[in-house]
Design a protein around this ligand. Structure first.
Ligand SMILES: Nc1ncnc2c1ncn2[C@@H]1O[C@H](COP(=O)(O)OP(=O)(O)OP(=O)(O)O)[C@@H](O)[C@H]1O
Ligand SMILES: O=C(O)[C@@H](O)C(=O)CO
Length: 427
């Protein structure tokens, strides 16, 4: 029976955390939404797991909806036996002044009858560190990094206290690196101090060792919050936890679907364009004739499978930031919505046409694709890069069951050659 229950605010974040938990010895199941926790064969997989991660698409949802789905996930995890909880959000703290990190944290605390938790977005393996309460992305402050241009959650501050305060009913406090470096016992005493009893406590962490210390000092908290780095210190009972075997065989048709505008993805797209068949989504064409344009994209991929076997085609929506359309002309559907819907529609049509391995770039995009594919659970398979893994996805779309290998790549994760090299991990 699982004891650790996690709620991830997007799908790439869910597989990011699950990858870390598997590496730390937890048999881990990712369920898409809370419903799959109890139903049918997925219920059995959950009962055999040490940890369950519920993947939500709540990061940019309206606040009430994000709170509602997160609470439903918490209740389902409690029913499944979980006793400790982990709210996973982005290592770049993706949120707006309204939420959803603060409101969801407040609601989870209230439901658990708790008043205090930690806020730990650091993930040094991917360049995210927190010092003096400020979030860095590699050697830049968050608001000076490319995250300030994010299409949905532009991050215009790096001070976690200032970012979180408008989102929460709790005071936001800081425990600094000097305390963390004094070790787990000192840090726990600092966190348990009466003046922090009602607070969301941002904790500095710059290295993996800092995160192991933070983890050790917070095992008594019913709820922790952060990115996947905080799970580094969570050693589980099954160090040899098996990874899922691939659903596909080498040579099976594959495709890359990228709706991410992040700087790492843009470099990956540029690299792949020189090496893979590729087609860019035409937003005005999607707006004018959505069904026809999706059919043309699908036909292009199918033709590429025949003309250039072994080279998974790339469908992408952004080469450079000039491609990001922020306001829809004439009040039509937003470009972001069109891109998500188009890539999701391509995914279901391509799976029906024989695709067995799909690499998706972008958290929101991944949510759209995974939902359209009717995926209920993801079993973590071969790792690709820090925070990115292949996962075996069981789903149902167009009235047919299917099993495919899915990799959900967070916008800023992965090396430049990930779109051409990820496939070798499936061999
Ligand atoms: N040309 C475009 N114009 C406007 N919006 C776009 C365009 N291309 C993609 N988008 C939208 O931008 C958003 C990108 O978010 P997504 O979460 O998929 O990627 P990301 O932010 O890079 O990844 P992550 O959240 O994992 O860091 C999606 O909603 C996508 O539909
Ligand atoms: O923490 C991260 O950066 C990722 O898992 C993520 O949430 C991006 O969508």
């Amino acid at each position: 029976m699982p004891t650790l229950g996690a709620i991830a605010d997007d799908f790439t974040g869910a597989t990011d955390l699950a990858t870390m938990l598997v590496a730390r010895g937890h048999r881990t199941v990712v369920t898409v939404g809370p419903e799959s926790l109890s139903e049918g064969p997925e219920g059995t997989a959950v009962r055999d797991a040490d940890a369950v991660v519920v993947a939500l698409k709540s990061r940019t949802a309206p606040v009430d909806e994000a709170v509602g789905t997160s609470l439903a996930a918490l209740r389902a995890l409690r029913r499944a036996g979980c006793e400790r909880f982990y709210f996973k959000y982005c290592s770049t703290f993706d949120s707006t002044p309204a939420g959803n990190i603060g409101p969801v944290t407040d609601a989870l605390l209230a439901e658990l009858g708790e008043r205090r938790t930690v806020v730990v977005p650091a993930f040094p393996a991917t360049g995210r560190t927190v010092y003096k309460g400020r979030l860095f992305v590699h050697d830049e402050l968050l608001d000076e990094s490319p995250m300030r241009h994010h299409p949905l959650t532009p991050m215009r501050d790096s001070h976690l206290g200032r970012l979180l305060t408008p989102q929460t009913r709790h005071p936001v406090r800081l425990v600094g690196l000097d305390t963390v470096r004094q070790g787990g016992d000192t840090l726990r005493a600092a966190l348990d101090a009466p003046e922090l009893a009602d607070s969301l406590v941002v904790v500095d962490a710059v290295t993996d060792e800092d995160l192991v210390t933070v983890c050790a000092a917070t095992t008594h908290l019913a709820l922790v919050t952060g990115a996947a780095g905080l799970a580094l210190g969570l050693t589980g009972p099954h160090p040899d936890a098996a990874r899922a075997t691939p659903a596909s065989r080498p040579g099976d048709p594959g495709v890359v679907l990228s709706g991410s505008a992040s700087s790492a993805t843009r470099a990956q797209v540029a690299h792949a364009r020189a090496r893979l068949p590729h087609r860019k989504l035409d937003i005005p064409a999607l707006r004018a004739d959505f069904t026809g344009e999706v059919a043309r994209l699908v036909a292009y991929v199918r033709r590429s499978w025949e003309d250039e076997p072994g080279k998974p085609p790339l469908l992408h929506s952004v080469d450079d930031l000039g491609d990001v359309e922020r306001t829809a002309p004439g009040g039509g559907p937003a470009a972001s919505e069109l891109v998500e819907r188009a890539l999701a529609a391509c995914a279901t049509a391509l799976v029906a046409a024989g695709a067995r391995r799909i690499l998706v770039a972008g958290g929101e995009t991944s949510g759209a694709v995974v939902t359209a594919l009717g995926v209920r659970t993801l079993s973590i398979g071969a790792p690709i890069a820090p925070g990115v893994t292949w996962a075996r996805a069981e789903g149902r779309a167009h009235g047919r069951d299917h099993t495919v290998d899915l990799a959900l790549k967070s916008g800023n994760f992965g090396d430049t050659d990930i779109f051409t090299e990820a496939w070798s991990a499936l061999a």
